[in-house]
Each structure stands twice: as C-alpha cells, then as structure tokens.
Design a protein around this ligand. Structure first.
Ligand SMILES: Nc1ncnc2c1ncn2[C@@H]1O[C@H](COP(=O)(O)OP(=O)(O)O)[C@@H](O)[C@H]1O
Ligand SMILES: [Mg+2]
Length: 522
C-alpha cells in the first residue's frame, strides 16, 4: 500500500526530462481534453517503448492524466516542401549530402483515457480501494513531460486486481496480466461476442479454469452447452483430480427431466402458445388441485385429471389434452426434476447441460427456460447461493426478433433485468450479436468482444455500449483469433488483451476435416 503511494509520488515528482519519453506539443487543435500529441525524445525508443497501444501519463493538476498512444507519425521538415523536392534530381542522394535524418522526428498521438487523482491520504489506498478514475477535464499543457505509465499504477488505473482477480490473459503492449475480480466481471452480467471461430468458447474455458481456482468458495456454475464442446473439455481435463473440492457434473440433454409439479401458469402459456386465457385458467385450476393433493404427478396424471374433471367442456378438454400430449412426446415431463436444481446450485459445483444430442429446438428452449426460472426462483428465496448461468448460442434463446419458439426469452430477460439484485448472473455468448435481444445485451454491463467482421453485428455492438469508440470498433474487425477487448463495468477503461493459453481444459469436440475423414477409414 505504502509502496503504491510511493510509486504515485515518484511518477508525480519525477524531474523534467527524467524517465520521460517525450514532450507534449501544440499540434493542430491539441492538446484538448480528449487528445494530445508529443514529440518522442529518442527515436530509438520507438522500437522499445513508444508503441501504439502503450499507456503513458502526464503530470497535471497534481494527478496523472493517463492516455494511450493511438498512432505514431513521422515528420521531416526537410521533406515538407513539395517545391524543393520537385526541383531536385532524383539521382541525388540527400542523405549523403545533408544530414536529413537528423531532421526526422516522431510524433505520438494520444487519446486521453482519464485522470488519476492525487491520493490525499496515502494510508487510505490499501484494501483494493484505489482512487476512482475520473474524467479528464483540463487539457495537458504543451511542454509537459510524457512518461511511460508505471505498471502497478496502470493495473489500478485499469481496474485490475493483481492479487485475487481472475487471470484472463495479458495486455499486448504493456504485458501486464488482465486480472479481474469475479464479482466485477459477472455481477452485472457478462456478454462474450464474436464471430464463429474467434475464440469465444476458448475464452470461456479459460474463464472456467479461473473460476475453478476460486476456493473461497467457488460459486456454482451452470453451462448450457449447445454443441457439446464443454463436455469434451471437462472429460479430458479431469478437473477433480487437480481440484478435489470441485464437482463437475455433465448431464446429457436426453437425461434432463422437468419436474411437472414445479411448473407455473407462465410456463404452460409459454410451452403451449395457442392456449387461450380461459383455457389456461381451467388448466391451472386442475393443475393446482393436483399439486395441492401433495402427491407426485407428471403430465399423464395431469391429462387424466383433466379427463376426469366435470366442470370442463369437451372442446376445452380436447384442446388441452392435445397440447399436453405434444409436450409429453418429449419424454421429459416427469414427477420430479433431474438434475435437481437446488442440489446442483451448491458452492464448488459446475454442471454442464449438454444439449448437443437434442434435435428439437423447442425442447432445448423448454429446458433452458425451466432450469433458468427454477434457478432464479430458488435464488430469490435465498435457497441457493449466488450463481452463474453461462449460455452458448444466446441469440437462439433471447432473439431480437419475435420468434415463436423463443420460449426461454421472457425468463432470461427477467434475470437480465432483475438478476443483479439477487446475484443471479448471466454470461451470454453469441456469434450473431445482431440477433441478440438489445434489451438483454444492454443489461450485460461487461462485454468481452473478440473479432467481429460483420458490419451489422458491429453496429449492434456499438449501439449497445457507448464506451466503444469508432477506433476500437475498427480494431475489433481485424483482431486475430484469441485477442479481445473488454469494456464496461468490470474495467475503468476499455482494454485490449490476448486471452491466455489454457492450462488444463482441452479443445472441445471440433476436429479438423482430415482428422474426421481419417476416423472413418480406420
Ligand atoms: N486464445 C487462444 N489461444 C489459442 N488458440 C485459440 C485461442 N482462442 C481460440 N483458439 C483456437 O481457435 C479455434 C476456435 O476457437 P473457439 O473458441 O472454438 O471459437 P468460437 O467459440 O468463437 O467459435 C479453436 O481451435 C481454438 O483452440
Ligand atoms: Mg464456440
């Protein structure tokens, strides 16, 4: 703590020129509160430490104005005048006659990221309470010395937690680990967005590796695995051998059972969309009669009770029976649920719901709706601890367009809106952000975006977060696999980083064309 205060003091007190990498100049309309330019003191530094993406700072108003180098411009006054050059003969080698290279200099263009205020009471800096980053409200002064940002201060400035944060990767230029506290990352929901193959599932597996390491205690996690990728990752990694306190359970989609007595009027309206309000009321009367009878029952029992009911008209009976039989065809509406949601939502438990074997979209939707609403209900009653629900292909479950089969949409929207109050967190993953419901996306206060090239998706992402600048958006479209930007409430400013290599999870199901072919010729 004291050491940190000293670092800030050092950064503030460094004498003119000392450790400086350049000097702020008046250039165009800068410095203003958003931008400034500086002349790089030593051109050789350009290779070593003056790089695009690097964080730098300038002492101002007793604190530090922190910025990021966004461009480097080479200038040589000697070659400024088109007329002189036009007159000269092309075969003349200027460098051998005049010391033109001495005229060359490099300008750094800087975007101001924020102001890091002075710590009045250095004793107060401890316990992770770094001073909050403020908006920079006065321009830096021309002539000020530009310094490389002290890495420990940079860590604090960005909002990382170097000690107990989850290690997602590292920043490419400054090479500091991107370590973010779990609550900051998920409490207000997380969205992971990128085109197919950009590294979303890989990032999630890194994220899971880090959650597994959280020992005190690890929050329960449910993963909706639409492609069966995580199933393969966990099987081979034998997590429990390394981390005996962690229970990993993989549940195949065909084994999932829905506890019929736990259903509500809302779920029936969702699963049987053609039901009229009157029919719904009649169904619930019979349903409630069964439930209050305290005996276990499934959908068949419900149908039998409808048939035996004397108040119901023939037509209503036939209609309800027809729809209930359709549900019964899935073979999953049982007397009790499996897995038991109150038992999987325990500290140190990870459950993968592998839906890859299911062909019916409606069945997948019903499962996600059921599990999500049960989990949220139990959480609101405080029957289960704060949890994290990770959903792959989230655009299928919370689509932007009014899709008839989007059964889970209402439940997930509710969790997105109200979940944070109850510490019920969502992590939504999507390769088609444009199809992901805007209301839900804007409730995801932290977004990690890997490469996205589709202009519609980019527009949608930009509309959902005011923190993404046009420059950042341009970079997103050209990111290599495994590189990402994190924006939103988990960090103080948007940060580009490279996702770290996995430690013990392995690649999921996907194998190459040739490997798949070879497996058939054995
Ligand atoms: N950070 C990374 N480091 C190394 N390889 C990666 C990284 N991210 C992705 N990959 C590789 O790229 C491929 C696609 O990644 P994946 O996570 O499946 O993409 P997505 O889920 O976005 O479709 C996988 O083979 C994966 O191993
Ligand atoms: Mg994936």
């Amino acid at each position: 703590m004291i050491e940190e205060a000293n670092r800030l003091d050092q950064s503030l007190a460094s004498p003119k020129g000392a450790r400086g990498i350049g000097t702020v100049i008046s250039y165009g309309n800068t410095p203003d509160i958003y931008k400034f330019h500086f002349v790089v003191s030593n051109v050789y530094d350009v290779v070593k430490q003056v790089k695009v993406g690097k964080y730098i700072c300038v002492k101002e108003n007793g604190g530090l104005v922190v910025g990021q180098i966004v461009n480097l411009i080479k200038i040589n006054e000697y070659f400024l005048n088109a007329n002189t050059l036009k007159e000269s003969k092309p075969q003349i080698n200027f460098t051998s006659i005049f010391p033109v290279d001495q005229w060359e200099y490099v300008l750094g263009e800087v975007n101001v990221m924020g102001f890091y205020p002075v710590i009045e009471d250095p004793g107060n800096i401890g316990g992770g309470h770094a001073p909050p980053v403020e908006k920079s409200i006065t321009p830096v002064s021309p002539g000020s010395i530009v310094q490389a940002m002290d890495l420990v201060l940079l860590d604090r400035f960005l909002g990382f937690n170097n000690i107990s944060g989850l290690n997602l990767g590292s920043m490419e230029i400054d090479e500091i680990p991107v370590k973010i506290d779990l609550p900051k990352l998920v409490q207000k929901h997380l969205a992971i967005l990128a085109m197919s193959g950009a590294g979303k599932s890989y990032l999630v597996s890194v994220f899971l590796e880090e959650i597994i390491k959280v020992k005190s205690p690890m929050p329960p996690v449910i993963i909706v695995d639409t492609h069966g990728e995580y199933t393969a990752m966990f099987n081979a990694s034998r997590v429990t051998e390394r981390y005996p306190h962690v229970h990993v359970e993989i549940v195949g989609g065909s084994f999932i059972q829905i506890g019929t007595p736990f259903l509500t009027a809302g779920s029936f309206f969702n699963y049987m969309p053609n039901m009229s309000p009157v029919q719904g009321r009649d169904l619930m009367r019979v349903f409630n009669g069964l439930r209050d009878g305290k005996k276990k029952f499934d959908i068949r029992d419900l149908v039998a009770a409808l048939q035996a009911d004397e108040k119901l008209g023939k037509k209503t009976k036939e209609a309800l029976e027809g729809w209930l039989y359709q549900l019964e065809q899935y073979g999953m509406f049982s007397t009790s649920e499996f897995p038991r949601v109150n038992e999987i939502l325990k500290p140190n438990h990870i459950v993968v719901l592998d839906l890859s074997g299911l062909t019916s979209n409606k069945q997948k939707q019903i499962i996600v709706d059921y599990i999500a609403s049960r989990a949220f209900y139990l959480r609101k009653n405080r029957s289960v601890p704060p949890f994290l629900l990770i959903i792959e292909e989230a655009h299928q479950f919370v689509p932007q367009a009014a899709a008839e089969n989007a059964i889970a949409r209402h439940t997930l929207e509710t969790i997105a809106r109200e979940g944070r109050k109850f510490f019920a967190s969502l992590c939504l993953i999507s390769q088609r952000p444009v199809n992901l419901n805007t209301t839900v996306l804007s409730q995801c206060n932290t977004q990690i975006i890997l490469r996205v090239s589709n202009p519609n998706d980019l527009d949608h992402i930009r509309a959902s977060s005011e923190k993404i600048t046009i420059e950042a958006l341009k970079m997103i479209s050209s990111l290599p696999v495994g590189s990402a930007i994190i924006v939103g409430s988990a960090v103080n400013v948007p940060v580009f980083f490279k996702v770290r290599a996995r430690e013990f999870m392995v690649d999921g199901k996907e194998c190459g064309f040739m490997e798949e072919l070879a497996s058939f010729s054995r």
